[in-house]
Design a protein around this ligand. Sequence first.
Ligand code: SF4
Length: 318
Amino acid sequence: MIDESKCVQCGHCIHACPFGAISSKSYLVDIIREIKAGKEVIAMCAPATEGQFGKDITMASIKAGLMEMGFSDMVEVGLGGDMTAAYESLEWAEALEEGRKMTTSCCPAFINMMRKQFPEQFEKNMSTTVSPMCAISRYLKATHPGCVTVFVGPCIAKKAESHDKSVPDNADYVMTYGEFRALLRSKDIELKPVDDSYQEASVWGKRFAASGGVANAVLECMKERGNDTEGITLKKCAGGDECKKTLLMLKTGRLEEDFVEGMMCPGGCVGGPSKHKTEVEITRAREALLSAADKREVIENLKQYPMDKFSMFRDGHM
Ligand code: SF4
């Protein structure tokens, strides 16, 4: 029997939960087992991580905490944001030429809503580029064969995404910030301020976490490639109601904008179900941290990475 009552996490009905709440079980024990078995277990921290634990806790602080827990390494998923934006920008440029509208594809809850409630638009208008989480997992699996990848972030829908067998080589496990904090407490580890010398992502990739960040990064990539972006119109929707209304407009041919950014949480991932503080507190701390990041360009940044060694498309084709 499916429980039709409202989910305490997000208020959505479990029967049609776009967050995939049915698969929101914790994998902490499995992750600890993999670490104890001596495997190379690599953490992948969501772009929403910066600011989540205050303005003094940098990505370098989080990395130190994860290494103390036994993880082999940590990679910033903002770098996956750069990868996703770079490939999605190629799709947007093509769609623009064909006069076809397109939606982003990095939020699994938005994908689930489209797949279940707007199947025709899912086939026709959804970008086929993988999410930043999947991009980093594939990059790690291509460069560290046999490694185990663990996404750490504010999202429970990512658990459903990691189970989607139609998307190969995605994260092996997903850990929410709540679970990350439980692990910190159980091991008596405290996150400490560390100078933020660590940066793998451009600011554009880092900004994937907030509403508008994905669409802006894709447009930035189009500009960096020399595409004319004058006159392109965007519909940035954050929150279930706004996403649904926009998809209905798309379905009925009444949507005016060229591209849709769909994020199921109000404010984007910074407002995700497992956020550690209020959205306002997180945003304030994030801005302080992000202002210290260098201003590298997305396409230039990706030249350091072997993008030809893994697929950036959902079905895994090269
Ligand atoms: S917007 Fe919410 S549901 Fe979507 S990826 Fe971010 S945290 Fe997850």
